[in-house]
Design a protein around this ligand. Sequence first.
Ligand code: GCU
Length: 659
Amino acid sequence: AEDGYDLWLRYAPLEPSRAEQVREVTGPVAIRGEADGTVGAALDELERGLGRMLGDDRGRKSITLTRIADLSDGEGWLADSLVGAPEGSFAIAADPHAGTVIVAREDIGLLYGAFALLRHLASDRPLPEMARTYRPAMPLRLLNHWDNPDGHVERGYAGRSIFDWWHLPEKLDPEMIDYARANASIGINGAVVNNVNASPLFLTKRYLPKLKRLADAWRPYGVRLYISARFSAPKDIGGLDTADPLDPAVRAWWRDKADEIYAQIPDFGGFLVKANSEGQPGPQDYGRTHADGANMLAAAIGDRGTVIWRAFVYSAEDETDRAKQAYEEFVPLDGQFANNVIVQVKNGAIDFQPREPFHPIFGAMPNTRLMLEAQITREYLGQASGIAYLAPMWSEVLDAQTGRAGTVAHVIAPVGMAGVANTGSDRNWTGTHFDQANWYAFGRLAWDPSLSPQQIAREWAAQTFSRDETFLGKVVPMMLGSREAVADYMTPLGLAHQMATGHHYGPGPWVCDLARPEWNPCYYHAADSEGIGFDRTAYGSDALAQYAPEIARQWADPATMDERYLLWFHHLEWDHRMQDGRTLWDAMIARYDAGVAEVDAMAQTWAQLAPYVDPARHRAVSESLAIQQREARWWRDASIAYWRSLNGLPLPDGVRVPE
Ligand code: GCU
């Protein structure tokens, strides 16, 4: 039975008409030159994929994989488009006689090319379209696993960790190879294997052989291994009495540690660090800056790898506006970070909400290598229930104009994108079948942020479920509307952080008694009998001033701004007139209702799609949508009931009082 284990790499048999077209351009697979390691993986994948899609008859032509170095005289034209192309680039060419040729400079390009070819055959796209050059838009396309050594996954909703630290290094789960294949298939080229709230265990001698085993297994697939490093490790496991980044003994300890790691893992990616954030140790414990801390680790690693330093910081002492704090701490450090340091910035200034305006740091640190951090796992978006396809959310941020340096995608293009992984030990990897689409979409957008969420959904659904036109015509719009539905029934019109305490599952707008003010939902909605919303204008926290003037202006006026961000920036009276003339109260209720209605529509659509999906997966998705239907009502009804307890307003005409 279909259980989702194969992800988008199912390679379901092509229907006869498509198979016939494909056989016009494919055939037996040949490789010029050495075929070990990465190229061997490419050959295996083509064998597997073509075998399953086409059966024994692979076609009348051939598929040839060739490195540029192995091209013969007269074939130079095949490499023209790859001159100066970034690492991992490849070209697919159609040769009327020979069939299909995949050319790349590096072996990893050939593997990416094999996956691209298979993806194209498995989709419903016209075959001639595949002949072109493919280049990654950014060099680093990284998963961040928040997995702990004991197997628990922070904010993981798909079971336990996929990493079996207990049995490594002797035992390597075959899943670890399938994991690397899945990543390579969408261009992901690095994985941080442990939680940013890091255990120092990963830096011990005991763990090094385990890490090495994984790194060796993933190397052919171009997936470099990184770890999260605990800043206090010199004290925790090194026997020193300080972790001060300017202390010579501390610097020597990290240098030795890096040497020890690189001796075993020559292509070790580097360290990801969460410092002085939510209780984690860091350089500020010693009166040093983030730059002091990052540069110390960067010196230890040298040009062998990268230090990725997170900008997710906010402190209990600063009560003005949490949304302003990362900018205030980091922007003054612009230009002070070493060349092999990357600063990793979440998409928005709070924390992975269903909708946030882009983080004001993007564009504001022109002399720092900035990388975007997105969250694939749905901590604040319903976790492991229902459907929330996140590509529209990420595209919204990537396409946002910073007003300083082009779009966010443009700012991060020289560096990369990280995604907090949603993988776990569940058979289908991600808890729900549709959450596979978020892993997929993250990789595809990191490779090419200009891909539309629609195109990504379409190619994912075609590979994962069915190429049938009717199916795709229904499932793709359903996916595209799903995240907006969640934003509507949880936190409409720019509200944020209304989730219940700690676990962040379900509504909690009434919560107001937590120790730190900025943990309370009431801090974010600021609602009372008069109105609702967080004033970030000059009359309030003035977070707006962190954006370029041109952007700040767009959001400064409720009468003209994009109302999806309304209550993020403005505190307004309940009877504030919206741009369409309704009151804010009526508009809010309409959004909650629209969210519920959208989930109901998704459930209905999915029910109609039973003929196109195997029963096991169809049923699992139906059940998941039934949970989401219940949750959407819970969110809407609890939220509205709470707002009414403050404002005493009646429900608009025609709206039912929740039972
Ligand atoms: C969120 C999340 C934490 C996580 C933190 C981070 O606050 O709830 O679990 O550790 O982000 O990104 O560091």
